[in-house]
Design a protein around this ligand. Structure first.
Ligand SMILES: [Zn+2]
Length: 323
């Protein structure tokens, strides 16, 4: 962003040069969608998000808003205009397929996938990427209101999970909606462009649990993506009882632990993983046990998943199953 605008922010002057953004996906952060990656604020080949954390990767230009799985993507989640403006360009027609399953060369120059670019006041632009094939419902030149549907979240272009990559630019230069006006190459600066009502739900988090539940057999990532994991709840006669979690935003050194307590409060399972040897954008963990000879005690089984980082628990989630 320009130096003059930066000074205006620094000195708390009029924010007339800024834009106020509403959330570009029809979802609730922390419940039906999550922030997977932020803008990279590090000018070297390392990467740091706006809070000086590691939830980004080198040269990442936008904010990734992730759905829990492809099952929700198939149900259809709307992409919404973040502000009033005019549509500058669209693309549609690219397949919803993970980049891991195709030759990357086939999407060269079209990494955004199906997308929309909008122009707003004061030189701002917003861009919406990886939308669902056939879902884009605006055309170049359309006048669009904030909150109006542009299409649906998809899996097109350079992506391996269902999400919206949302980019904000001013006068052609990328800006971070969480840290507008931050000095180049610096984190922990700038101000938020998000509407005041969004601030609490968009506060910075140390990772998150995307999916969790109980299953009657060991599961794989594909079971979570397809929604199959939701249909595997154990019953009173299941031969095994398993708890699973898929978390995002894990860092090197993180120790994950998954415990299950039985209806009588007794520990049924206590499983801790080795410390991670590198950051993980996502990680699936499960733990469980075979049915005891006298069967499962009826009642509520409680799973507790935690991430220990540098000696303290930075995230803990509990979830229950009643047999
Ligand atoms: Zn992205």
């Amino acid at each position: 962003m320009g130096g003059a605008a930066a000074l205006a922010c620094l000195f708390g002057a009029s924010r007339a040069a800024a834009i106020e953004l509403r959330f570009p996906v029809d979802c609730v952060v922390g419940t039906t969608c999550w922030l997977q990656n932020y803008v990279d604020h590090d000018s070297s080949d390392a990467a740091r998000d706006y809070a000086c954390g590691a939830q980004t990767y080198d040269a990442h230009s936008g904010t990734d808003i992730r759905l829990p799985s492809m099952a929700e993507q198939r149900d259809g989640v709307a992409v919404l205009a973040a502000a009033d403006g005019r549509v500058a360009g669209v693309r549609d027609g690219m397949a919803d397929v993970s980049v891991n399953e195709i030759d990357r060369g086939t999407i060269k120059g079209r990494e955004c996938g199906n997308g929309v670019v909008m122009r707003h006041a004061d030189g701002f632009e917003t861009q919406y990427c990886h939308m669902a094939r056939g879902s884009v419902r605006v055309r170049a030149g359309d006048e669009v209101k904030a909150g109006q549907e542009l299409g649906k979240v998809g899996l097109s272009g350079n992506t391996e999970f269902a999400h919206l990559h949302f980019t904000v630019r001013q006068n052609g230069k990328n800006v971070d909606p969480f840290a507008f006006g931050a000095a180049d190459g610096a984190c922990n600066g700038g101000t938020s462009l998000w509407a005041p009502a969004l601030q609490a739900s968009l506060s910075y988090r140390q990772g998150a649990v995307l999916n969790k539940g109980f299953a009657s057999r060991p599961i794989e990532m594909t079971d979570i993506e397809s929604g199959e994991a939701d249909r595997l709840a154990p019953a009173a006669d299941s031969p095994v009882l398993i708890a699973y979690v898929r978390a995002i935003g894990l860092q090197k050194g993180d120790v994950q632990r998954l415990q299950i307590e039985g209806p009588d409060g007794a520990r049924v399972v206590d499983s801790a993983l080795e410390a991670l040897d590198r950051p993980k954008a996502q990680y699936m963990m499960f733990a469980g046990r075979k049915r005891p000879p006298d069967g499962w005690k009826p009642g509520t089984y409680r799973a507790t998943y935690s991430i220990n980082r540098g000696g303290s628990v930075v995230l803990e989630e509990r979830f229950d199953l009643t047999l």
